[in-house]
Design a protein around this ligand. Sequence first.
Ligand code: SF4
Length: 1015
Amino acid sequence: MQFSRRQFFKICAGGMAGTSAAALGFAPDIALAETRQYKLLRSHETRNNCTYCSVGCGILMYSLGDGAKNAKSSIYHIEGDPDHPVSRGSLCPKGAGLVDFIHSDQRLKYPEYRAPGADTWRRISWEDAYERIARLMKADRDANFVEKNADGVTVNRWVTTGMLCSSAASNETGMLDQRVTRALGMLAIDTQARLCHAPTVSALSPTFGRGAMTNNWVDIKNANVVLVMGGNPAEAHPVGFKWVMEAKISNGAQVIVVDPRFNRTASVADFYAPIRAGADIAFLLGVINYLLANDKVQMDYVKAYTNASLLVGEAYRFDEGLFSGYDAAKHRYDKSAWQYQLDENGFARRDPTLGDPRCVWNMLRQHVSRYTPEMVSRICGTPQADFLKICRILGETSAPDKTATILYALGWTQHTTGAQIIRAAGMIQLLLGNIGMAGGGVNALRGHSNIQGYTDLGLLSLRLPGYMDLPSEKQTTLADYLAQITPKALLPDQVNYWKNTPKFFVSLMKSFYGDNATKENDWGFDWLPKWDQSYDALNFTQMMSEGKVNGYIAQGFNPVAAFADKNKASGALSKLKYLVIIDPLATETSSFWQHHGEFNDVDPAAIQTEVFRLPSSCFAEENGTIVNSGRWLQWHFKGAEPPGEARNDGVILAGIFLRLREMYAREGGANPAPLMNMAWDYRDAEDPTPEELARESNGRALADIKDDRGAVILKQGQQLADFSQLRDDGTTASFCWIFAGSWTEQGNQMARRDNSDPSGLGCTPGWAWAWPQNRRILYNRASADAQGKPWDAKRELIHWDGARWTGIDIPDYGNAAPDSGVGPFIMQAEGMGRLYAIDKLVDGPFPEHYEPAESPIGTNPLHGAIIMNPAARLFDADRLRLGVAADFPYVATTYSITELFRHWTKHARLNAIAQPEQFIELGERLAASKGIKAGDSVKISCKRGYIKAKAVVTKRIRTLLVDGREIDTIGIPCHWGYEGTTKKGFLANTLTPHVGEANSQTPEYKAFLVNVEKV
Ligand code: SF4
């Protein structure tokens, strides 16, 4: 018998997670002929996904160990999964080093404890750790729990202990995070999204209806133009980037890069233009001005599918940098003036001719008219000719049979104006008719491997799973709350899918509280914590600094390295009574109390925080799901046991939670009801399985479910087929409504492995499962014209066949026939893409250019009185830590490099070898003026501290002419620290300011002021 290697493993795997070929006593001829094949025959193959970035590359892990009792398997080799439709067997340098992550000598193996003032760790048992942590948490909760606020409203909140949740743990772990923290009344929960892509949700949701990447990785190959701005995917998402190259090679796509640095993406682009860090809105609004002025707009699309024709209320205005409704004392807008004009039925007024001066179309023209090529160049430092060339290339994609895709990442999100930058990109794509189209979209390239999943699960201070808001203390009853969060249609006959919010919410409450949630007690509404303010990471760090916080749990999160202004973060932690670390690796946060010379110059004796370091398993040691940037839920399998005494995150959470419950049952304490009524219905309460949790995430029928005609469509106990089956009468339970359909009566849809792509457009509907409803390209109704005919036959996603919508993708639409007037943006109350965002962002219905909090020019060329975003988050204490250009004349921007992933890969030997030592980049002109040569040690300082690193002197960073002055930029990779396998280094975030984006409070990591000198 002759088999190819893939055929052989397909036979062996047979749909299971993996198997041992040797155990079958079966050796194909071809395998014996090659040493490599022979080695694999002795091994066990397990499928998993890379744990680093959100490309979510498929991997095959090979382990030895015969599975006998007490025998431990060990993973000795990892390679790319050739069947994976995105990665197709590739791994980047980060993925190639995964096996060194698993076996890093910084893996934690035993629970450890650091006593107040001590300078060493000591080992403790799991039991002692659980008991002591639960005791500290109970004492804090009992002392500080707020059952009712000053007005007597039940609020059931606990804000003196918080939790930072992971970004690479599985969805199933995330579900337990949500369950445990909300049961205890915690509001200060946050996830990595706060520091990276939270502005994406703040921007894309109001613009299109959902806050996620619109298309998917493989679809990039369908583009005619790829604009990369605010990201560097060749380095940060190398395997996903192969689809940009595919677009270039097979589709003749033009690739444009706009970035402060001539980066690795730029090196393979067709055109590169420089831009000053933090000036992106000026550039993008300049593009919009060009498109409008030069008639480069897909007008049929704009008229039918955007809110261009809707009329804006008379109270709205924009004047000298401020929108109407600004309260200077509170740094906040009253957004009521930003609404549409409404008719007597509550629907928005329209002028389909676009002639009314108050229609969105004309308001937009007026708003962007200031962004002339001259002004763009003055603000951005981009040469006018470069800017205009990019406008022309993008403008060509206004043709119905051409598309551009826009790829971005943290270069856009990590600014005080982050959400509005992304909004501007969304508006460009609406004008060009590029949303809902194959090869189009606004594609947020998510960072961490499951930060999409953790965002979906609502692991943020004020969110619940499935993008629902947690109730505030002003929403005193369930009825009030649902009335306020359930939108009314703004035009007649729209799908307005959020009208089903009560079904999503009641089903969540049934999942949260099980039989304890009844109609009589409003499904347990009172047990949810009610917020008075956001307890996001920025605010909570400030509270910590002021001594208002006692406890913090950091799970797979390294805030000392990741938070802005490291010295502030570290000082804040030293005010805590207790800190609990759950992590596979030794992080800087776990040892923030240790003296590490200049890198962490602290006195352990002065730090009284009790610290627990609990070792957790890593990606390779668990089953579960992670969600890639393209919203694919991919199930992975465990290939080995964790080292030493390390445990799965779920087991650790259960250990603490169950001991807390025992203590409350035994001793009573501050309102135990929310804690005791939280469902915890797992076969082994101490070890909930990922499979149980994944089924729960999908949801099930709690009674027979009938359709409108009374026919039973689902029997009691059956898994929901999709979210259309959810009910608001307590007969369904679903932890995360957007995941309904992921584990049905047909089984685990997330583990599917059919990579066939019949259309050739990269849709692969049989691979894994994408939310919502397995739709691969969001808003795909907009890929066809009003009559239901695809704008471009080559890119056909769906069409109307006379009776229904059908095609290669699942229609992201209801059942309305063409020309029914039902808009394609079904999550929007008006069914349209929003050029004007009404009241959905806190800093304006249109984007506007504002300077970074630390501006190199000290003014705003558009309006000198309003320089920075007036709605940005800036505490008084942090205002004092901002520098000015006279002292710190250079713009600094942080970034990632190909070989390292955030602060994780410095623990993996291969990656540490590839990039052993900290460096910064500066341009030749600046280096010469400072007498700095390549390889010199330099000191980079700002108002908040300093770092030292080796200098890389490069042509890649140009001096730009901005507002009449020469501006130099310094590039600062973010990866090193005082823990790890690399040489010890400084944490780059020593330099970044503690100032937040207006909508999401994401810090401004990408544009701040520094000085540089040779040391
Ligand atoms: S880091 Fe990203 S691109 Fe690299 S192997 Fe992992 S998932 Fe793929």
